[in-house]
Structure formats: structure tokens, C-alpha cells
Design a protein around this ligand. Structure first.
Ligand code: NAD
Length: 499
């Protein structure tokens, strides 16, 4: 069985640690590798390496950092197909979907290539007689990223290119379910010329996460994952004195108004609900059909759900792959059971799906519920599987109230041909990312990504200017050169003013 190591100080690290964990091929249901799990001692060693690397990296010229980022960007593009295959083999998503996440990762690396412009400070001339004021953005030190299984390349890339370009060193703790691709990213950084120790990979589970939260040598933690763990990491890391941004789970609503193009809406919603087997933080999982469009919409959703081709991620015709683990498959099947028991109308049932030749794979087929109400578990829980639930609302006002009453606030989309309704929706909805006839409104890298309410703990979104702000701290320098200024009278003991 292949062993997946850590990456510390520019090389693979296979030191004995807190045991190992199996990594499965979700399409066959068979284990294919063992990933080593870090303990506190290994995290400490990683921090020592990252601290030493930070001391010189923070002083590297902006032009040198930029050149390395450009080289890294080219290498990731060159190796896109290979990266997509590794993602698909451990996550289960289809290759075209995996290629899409690599492309979105490249967007963030390209954003980080512009770091000299983003790090320019502010300068005020002559704030007082002979005195100037300058604000500069310094790196914060050793940063860590703790990431989920569902985007093993893209989500870490929301963090490390920006953190590193800002002059920090970065320790990545990827998901233990699909960790292999992170070591390849580390190799590509090294090939691009990044000094050893600036990018580190530690594999692990809860033990490693807690050691990261507690370690005094780590200045900042970025987390992406489920809401309970996001809340926990935010609290634990903050208590240890770090800055923490922790992005959590989601229940993303699609609101469909009667004036929408229903064929278009149903197609877009199905793609956003069933793509990646619903394992996207921006997956649409709840549909709010407004007014009299519900029956027509549900008919179209049913037709599309029945036509989705499900298969292993590397099958050329597959549109949707398996779930990541047996536990995930069983959780999703259990959620469907609960929906039936609660009285929702099951229009398409994915529980019994069997993929020929892959009978032990972790598959659940596209599933569609109608007549769902807000107290049902299939609505209140994040299912994180290929399950769409349809609720009904009489008008736009009540649809907005329904969405705003949900504790999550990651993404949402409205389908309508009315600009006025869309504008009203965007202004009143308490959600961080809003799509107007766009089902998965993931902002481009030069905007920032993040939700509101229980979908984000902390006050900074990732990448874009908020990412740069998270990975830097401002320093204001007030200076006077007495010989060049007008003579200064003896300094009074009173508080200095600009007058
Ligand atoms: P998860 O919360 O189980 O795991 C995320 C990370 O936390 C992993 O690195 C894991 O090793 C670690 N972890 C797991 N249990 C832990 C514990 N008890 N203590 C400390 N650390 C622990 O999430 P997942 O299943 O890997 O990913 C799916 C979740 O991530 C979904 O809820 C999804 O909505 C969310 N997600 C959110 C976003 C976003 O941008 N808001 C993006 C992607 C995924």
C-alpha cells in the first residue's frame, strides 16, 4: 500500500507520527493508500522549519516573489491534467470537474502574481510641519491552512499563493481523505524556485488541527470546512492569540420567480445541485419556487435528474461521480430516509443506484424532493450530497424571509427576468455571495470569497483584497528629519497634534 508522506523543509517526511489513515478510491470502495497523521511533535518541527524560512522570505524582493509566482503558475498549468487525475482518483469527482477546480486555483495564483501592486502602502506628505506618514503592509509570519476534502487543490489555493506572495511562510494541513495532490503542489513550488520551508504540508486529523490552533509559533489560521469545526477552530485559534478566518458549511437557496426562463433555471439548478455529487460548498441544495411556477419547475428538474450519467470519475461520459467515503454515502442515504419519513414527496430516489462494474463504490444517484417544509431535517441539515429539495413560497417577500431565516449565509441565486426583483433580492438577502441568473456565484480571484452568518467565523473573506488584508498587518511610520525641516521649538509634554 502506498504511503502518503508530509512535506517539510523541501522534502518528503515519513517520520513515525500519530499513526495513519486509509485513503479510498470512492469509485471502487477500496483503500488505495495510507496517509501519515501528524502529532504535536511533527507540527512543532514543521513550525520550526517554516519560522526559519520566514526570516529570509519576508525580506525577499517583491520582484523575486513575483517571478516565483509566475513560474509556479506556469507549472500548475502544465501539470493541470495530472493534478485533475490525482484529485479525481481520491475525491471521486469527474475529471472535467477536477480540471475546473485546477483552473480556478490558477486564477488565484495569477492574482498573487500582481502582489507588488497589492502591497503598495499609503503615504501622506507633510501631515505636520516637516512630518510625513507612511503605512506599509508587513507579513504576519507563519500562516496555516486547514482545508476540506471537496476541493483539494482550489481551496488551499485560496490561501497559499496570497499568503506566500505577501511574504509569509505557509503550512497546509489538507483533508486526510484526499491528501496526495498537496505533495505535488509542494514539488511544483520547489521547482518554481520557492525556498524550502516556505511551503509545508502536514497531513493529519483532529490532533494535527488542535496542535496548529495551539502552537505559539503560528500567527494566522485559515480554515475551510463544516460549520461545527469552523466554529471550534475559530474559538480555539483565537483563544491562542491568532488571527483566524474560518469558512463553514452552507445551505444555498435558488429562488425561482414565475417570470424566469424555467428551462434555463432547471438546467442551471440541476448542474449546481448534482455537479460533484452535491459536494460543493456553493452547491444549490434548496430551491424556493415562487408563485405558480412550482409544478412546471419540478417537472423539469425531475427530467434532468433522471438523465444525469453517474459513473467513476475517470469515465469519459460520466457527469457525476461517487461520494467521497462510505460514511458520506450512508449519511446521504439516511437523509433521504428522513425526508421520506417526514412526509416530503420523493420525485427521484438515488438510494438504490448501482453502477455496473463498480458495485462497491460510494454512489448515490441524483435525488429530488418536492413539498419540503422548513422544519424538515432535509432542509435544516447540510446534506452535502446529490439531493435537491424544493420548497414553495407565495411571493418574493416570503422567499427572502425564508432564506434569511436560515442560519447559513454562503451563497444564493435568483432566477428572474426582472431587474427590479433581482436588485431588491440582492439588497435584502443576508448571504455573502449572490448570483443573478448565475447558479454558483463563486467570485473571481480578484474579488473576495466568503459567506455570512454560520458560514464564516472571523471577519475576512479569502483572496482578493480581503485575503491580502488577512495575511498582512499594517504598520504606520511617522517620520521627521529635523535638519531638513523648519526649526522646532522645544517639545511640550502635551499630546502632539498636527497644528
Ligand atoms: P470537515 O469540517 O469535516 O473537515 C475540514 C477540515 O477539518 C479537515 O482538514 C479535517 O481534517 C479537519 N477536521 C475534521 N474534523 C475535525 C475535528 N473534530 N477537529 C478538528 N479538525 C477536524 O469538512 P469536510 O467534510 O472535509 O468538507 C465539507 C464541508 O466543508 C462542508 O460542510 C462544506 O460546506 C464545507 N466547505 C465550505 C466552504 C466554504 O467556502 N464555506 C468551502 C468548501 C467546503
Amino acid at each position: 500500500m502506498r504511503t502518503i508522506p508530509h512535506w517539510i523543509d523541501g522534502r518528503e517526511d515519513t517520520a513515525a507520527t500519530a499513526g495513519s489513515s486509509p485513503v479510498y478510491n470512492p469509485a471502487t470502495g477500496q483503500p488505495q493508500a495510507e496517509v501519515l497523521l501528524a502529532d504535536g511533535g511533527l507540527i512543532d518541527r514543521a513550525v520550526t522549519s517554516a519560522t526559519a524560512a520566514f526570516e529570509s522570505w519576508k525580506d525577499s524582493p517583491l520582484s523575486a516573489r513575483t517571478r516565483i509566482m509566475f513560474a509556479f503558475r506556469d507549472l500548475v498549468v502544465q501539470h493541470s491534467a495530472e493534478l485533475a487525475e490525482i484529485i479525481s482518483a481520491e475525491h471521486g469527482k469527474v475529471i472535467s470537474d477536477a480540471a475546473g477546480e485546477v483552473a480556478r486555483a490558477v486564477d488565484v495564483i495569477e492574482f498573487a502574481c500582481g502582489i507588488p501592486h497589492l502591497l503598495k502602502g499609503e503615504f501622506s506628505d507633510q501631515v505636520s510641519n516637516g512630518i510625513d506618514c507612511l503605512t506599509v503592509h508587513r507579513p504576519v509570519g507563519v500562516c496555516a491552512g486547514i482545508t476540506p476534502f471537496n476541493f483539494p487543490v482550489m481551496v488551499p489555493a485560496w490561501m497559499h499563493p496570497v499568503a506566500i506572495a505577501c511574504g509569509n511562510s505557509f503550512i497546509l494541513k489538507p483533508s486526510e481523505r484526499d491528501p496526495s495532490v498537496s505533495t505535488m503542489i509542494a514539488r511544483l513550488y520547489q521547482e518554481a524556485g520557492l525556498p524550502d520551508g516556505v511551503f509545508t504540508v502536514v497531513n493529519g486529523d483532529r490532533t494535527a488541527v488542535e496542535a496548529i490552533c495551539d502552537h505559539p509559533g503560528i500567527a494566522a489560521v485559515s480554515f475551510v470546512g463544516s460549520t461545527p469545526i469552523a466554529r471550534y477552530v475559530h474559538q480555539r485559534g483565537s483563544t491562542a492569540g491568532k488571527r483566524v478566518q474560518a469558512l463553514g458549511g452552507a445551505k444555498n437557496h435558488a429562488i425561482v420567480l414565475p417570470d424566469a426562463d424555467l428551462d434555463f433555471a432547471a438546467d442551471q439548478i440541476s448542474a449546481a445541485g448534482y455537479g460533484s455529487a452535491g459536494q460543493r460548498c456553493m452547491a444549490l441544495s434548496a430551491v424556493v419556487a415562487v408563485g405558480d411556477c412550482a409544478d412546471d419547475l419540478v417537472d423539469r428538474l425531475e427530467k434532468r435528474a433522471r438523465s444525469v450519467v453517474v459513473g467513476p470519475g475517470n469515465a469519459a461520459d460520466a457527469e457525476m461521480g461517487p461520494l467521497v467515503t462510505a460514511a458520506a454515502r450512508d449519511r446521504v442515504r439516511g437523509a433521504i430516509d428522513a425526508g421520506v419519513a417526514a412526509g416530503a414527496t420523493l420525485r427521484v430516489d438515488g438510494r438504490g443506484l448501482v453502477v455496473a462494474g463498480h458495485e462497491d463504490g460510494f454512489f448515490v444517484g441524483p435525488t429530488l424532493f418536492d413539498d419540503v417544509t422548513t422544519e424538515m431535517e432535509i432542509y435544516t441539515q447540510e446534506i452535502f450530497g446529490p439531493v435537491l429539495v424544493v420548497l414553495r413560497a407565495p411571493d418574493l417577500d416570503s422567499a427572502i424571509d425564508l432564506v434569511n431565516a436560515n442560519p447559513y449565509g454562503n451563497g444564493t441565486a435568483i432566477f428572474t427576468s426582472s431587474g427590479g426583483a433581482a436588485r431588491e433580492f440582492a439588497r435584502r438577502i443576508t448571504v455573502g455571495m449572490v448570483g443573478i441568473n448565475v447558479p454558483i456565484p463563486v467570485p473571481m480571484a480578484y474579488h473576495s470569497f466568503g459567506g455570512w452568518k454560520d458560514s464564516l467565523f472571523g471577519d475576512r473573506h479569502v483572496h482578493g483584497v480581503e485575503g491580502v488584508s488577512f495575511y498582512t498587518r499594517s504598520q504606520a511610520i511617522t517620520s521627521r528629519w529635523p535638519a531638513a525641516a523648519a526649526p522646532v521649538a522645544a517639545a511640550p509634554l502635551s499630546f502632539p497634534t498636527a497644528h
